[in-house]
Design a protein around this ligand. Structure first.
Ligand code: FE2
Ligand code: FE2
Length: 176
């Protein structure tokens, strides 16, 4: 049986690559170098569309309920993951507002918080939460979940080709 969280783990790799873009942006901002508007709006749309509307949405619909159903031991982990999602959503809004006002020290701080939160969140999912889901989901349930995840992936915000394109564009800017 295929691992039900495999697609989500692959998305974590893309999001981890994206955090290197955020880090790079941070060093540019710190040294007072201006950034192209397309580059900034690509980052905001990667966060809003792919990370939040596609990846988080799938986890909240299909993974978190599964964790909740596993009982009280897992409850605090599940709540922590939900809190991370809420914090990352709030940081994304804050980043957008900070770019709009051009508040350099706020942009710097928010980028730093986003990178830390995204990486620590994914680490919890990869090493603990997803393992629980794989361990305690029957094959029948897994194939049902896989179907639902595949259907969700047909949404434009989950379009892998356009996500890869966005990342490639951001890396091309970084490489000059
Ligand atoms: Fe998550
Ligand atoms: Fe995730």
């Amino acid at each position: 049986m295929e691992a039900v969280t495999l697609g989500l783990q692959e998305e974590h790799v893309l999001i981890e690559r994206f955090t290197t873009v955020l880090e790079w942006t941070r060093t540019r901002v710190e040294s007072g170098i201006g950034l192209d508007e397309d580059f900034i709006s690509s980052q905001l749309s990667f966060l809003r569309d792919f990370v939040i509307s596609c990846h988080f949405a799938k986890e909240e619909l299909y993974v978190f309920p599964k964790l909740r159903a596993l009982g009280d031991d897992i409850k605090s982990l599940e709540l922590e993951l939900e809190e991370d999602h809420n914090a990352i959503r709030a940081l994304t809004d804050k980043l957008k507002a900070a770019w709009e006002t051009g508040d350099v020290s706020l942009i710097d701080a928010v980028l730093g918080d986003l990178v830390k939160r995204l990486l620590s969140h994914q680490e919890k999912e990869n090493s603990v939460a997803f393992a629980y889901v794989e361990m305690y989901t029957s094959d029948n349930e897994k194939s049902q979940l896989l179907n639902e995840l595949r259907l969700f992936d047909a949404k434009p915000e989950c379009n892998k080709a356009s996500v890869e394109r966005q990342l490639n564009y951001m890396f091309s800017v970084m490489e000059g």
